[in-house]
Ligand binder design. Structure first.
Ligand code: NAD
Length: 369
């Protein structure tokens, strides 16, 4: 606190770690008139009644006991706390703090608790989710999402070689990439080049980076070739659920789809079925991923690259669909990045034909009305 006070006096911008109930932190900062530039919440509110969120005013032990012995009362305490939590956040945003939902169901659970988090239309939240502001328009709409692989030999040198190949493939793509995806590519080239030295791997020799369909296919193709040539052992591909296409989640992954279809659950199902026919080694359809049971449907896949020509065919077929299915959906919702990405995808692959929505010229519409 002293450091924050000093920073405040010197008008410095600081980021701080402060232990305590988050509600008290927001309230204390308001009382001390400490300005917060950017705020969010990362309690595990996808699981509000069983330990994801600890109500203000109760100790850890007291909460755990009530959760087990008086679950209904615990629910009341969580909801009381959420109302107080939201009202503390609102005091800051009234002073200019930019608050966003981190995709942990904070706004959803706060709204269910009757907290003041709705906008005046009574339909939308008054704060955006980070997918609406950042991930959607910068990444998902362009097909960029978390592409993963595991070197099943368990050898560090295999992982290092795949890192090298991934960087090389992304650099090749950057040479001809349109400006609108330059930063996504360069960020990921920087990441993958530095990944090994940061020593983040603690178990399986696995890696993740953000790539679009073209990038994923190119990287996977290079891996399969390396397996075929005996440079590395077999590789398994996958992706996170937090991606362009595999997840229908109106409060997170699909929250920047504004045509009403974010409340449907068919994209994840389409992906699972489409991927399974196009060569996935296994698929999964599950529920709850990160935002809570019943709030989201997730479709996933695994694909074994064993160096065969069959794997070459499958990886092109499946990865292309796995990403472009979601871009098509985002293009139907008229998302600008997705309209341009699906246009490029159709030019690159004539077999892909996506019906683009009829776009009315806004100026023309304004004149008419
Ligand atoms: N946006 C994303 O990409 C993304 C990624 C991962 C996780 N998430 C979501 O973020 C949430 C958190 O994920 P995690 O892996 O960090 O979970 P976690 O359970 O490891 O951490 C949550 C922390 O919140 C603390 N906490 C709970 N109630 C609190 C309170 N009232 N005040 C202060 N601290 C409190 C807990 O003690 C715990 O340390 C989850 O809902 C998850 O689904 C989002």
């Amino acid at each position: 606190m002293q450091r924050v006070r000093r920073a405040k006096e010197n008008k410095e911008v600081v980021s701080i770690a402060y232990a305590g109930n988050i509600v008290e932190v927001w309230e204390h900062f308001h009382k001390e008139n400490i300005f917060i530039d950017l705020g969010s919440d990362q309690t595990s509110l996808h699981n509000p009644w069983a330990g994801g969120y600890y109500p203000v005013g109760m100790s850890y032990e007291e909460s755990n006991r009530m959760m087990a012995e008086q679950p209904e009362l615990f629910k009341v305490k969580v909801q009381e706390s959420l109302r107080r939590h939201a009202s503390a956040v609102n005091q800051h945003t009234a002073k200019g703090t930019y608050f966003f939902d981190y995709g942990n169901a904070f706004l959803l659970e706060a709204s269910r608790a009757g907290a003041e988090v709705m906008s005046s239309d009574g339909i939308h939240f008054r704060y955006p989710s980070y997918v609406q502001d950042i991930m959607g328009p910068m990444c998902f709409d362009f097909g960029f999402g978390p592409f993963r692989w595991v070197c099943i030999s368990g050898k560090q040198e295999d992982l290092d070689y795949t890192d090298h190949l991934a960087a090389q493939m992304l650099e090749e793509l950057l040479e001809t990439a349109p400006d609108e995806i330059h930063s996504q590519l360069t960020d990921n080239i920087n990441w993958i080049k530095a990944a090994s030295e940061n020593k983040l791997v603690v178990g399986s020799k696995a890696r993740i980076l953000y790539a679009d369909a073209e990038g994923r296919m190119k990287i996977a193709g290079a891996f399969n070739k390396a397996v075929r040539e005996g440079r590395i052992g077999a590789v398994v591909l996958g992706r996170d659920h937090h991606d362009v296409s595999g997840t229908d989640s109106p409060f997170r992954e699909t929250s920047n789809i504004y045509d009403g279809s974010r409340f449907t659950a068919d994209m994840a199902v389409h992906n699972v079925i489409g991927d399974s026919f196009r060569g996935a080694t296994w698929v999964s359809l599950h529920n709850g991923g990160g935002v809570g049971w019943g709030e989201v449907i997730n479709g996933g896949f695994g694909m074994l690259l064993d160096g065969s020509t069959e794997a070459d065919r499958k990886l092109k077929n499946m990865l292309h669909f796995d990403v472009n299915n979601g871009i098509a959906r985002r293009a139907w919702a008229r998302n600008a990045g997705a309209l341009s990405a699906i246009d490029r995808a159709q030019k690159e692959n004539e077999q892909l034909q996506v019906t683009i929505p009829f776009l009315v010229d806004d100026q023309w519409l304004d004149q008419l009305i």
